[in-house]
Design a protein around this ligand. Sequence first.
Ligand SMILES: Cc1ncc(COP(=O)(O)O)c(C=O)c1O
Length: 351
Amino acid sequence: MTESPGRSPARWSISRKPFAEGSRALETRAVHPPAPPPQEGRPVAPPLDPSSTYSFSATETFARASLAKTGAGYVYSRWANPTVDAFEAAVADLEGTEAAEAFASGMGAISSIFLALCSSGDRVVATRQLYGNTYSLLQERLPRYGITASFCDHDDHSAIAAALDGAKLLYCETIGNPKVQVADLDRLSTIARDADVPLVVDNTFASPVLCRPVEHGASVVVHSATKFIGGHHDLLGGVVCASPQLLELVATVARDLGPTLAPFNAWLGLRGIATLPLRVERSSASALKVARALQLCEGVDAVYYPALESSPSYPLVGALLQGRGGGTLAFEVRGGRERAGAFQDALRLIL
Ligand SMILES: Cc1ncc(COP(=O)(O)O)c(C=O)c1O
């Protein structure tokens, strides 16, 4: 009887691959797996490089790179990382600045700016129309370290000019959170220049699609990348855009305190940026429709949205925001907190 080929012992045998690295132990090979063969094709998606640390074949090169921290080869990802660098370059390019520094969150970015540009005994001027944690940072936390803030309404330009006497910087949001008032960046940058201080602008709600504050005289632009730049509810991030000289001060704080962006979040940010113009365009159009519909609602006392003709910010929308109002709006439900809570609890679609 002849043996069927299917039953041949050779069918199931596997030749043992000789170990390329000689007789290294399994534990060693687990840490140093074989490198994949080089490929001709270039990845279309940006590569994700999660490495925290980089190795060098020559001590001299390592020493040089360690001394330079950035620009002479990657050493350690709290200093610089290729995926984070790619994200920073993308945001800087959209904002029209030479450079950017990314952070683990918007608040990481914002607090690093104040710590970089101010010392104990310094005072800053900020508009009152600010995101809550920026306000508490300036009102409660930084004073414990000797940095104080004067607050002025974003449109009280004479008060801002007066308060800037002896101050270190002027801080505002392009579109203030939560009541979406638009700051007149051209006026504010002129006032800041007259006082010889930088204008720092949180451009989170406008995004670089609607507004690029450096075109209106700002010196520093900051984003919570958690919002429009990320755009998918799956990353926390922040980014500061400025000149390389100013940015070096901010980057030093990041290196010392450590609130740097993780490579995976930078990669998600790059993924988000690809659709940023489309999303901002569409969410601005949707927000305007919702704002107009809310204006007609019985039971809504006030609607805040810059692109509504009734908004005090409306005259700035053309010059500053390309005629759009952004994707955020606010409104007041008649009947106070209890009615507003009941309204919110009854929502079926909105988060
Ligand atoms: C205008 C603005 N700036 C800064 C922040 C803080 O950003 P993050 O939550 O990423 O720290 C927020 C968060 O909501 C914000 O709305």
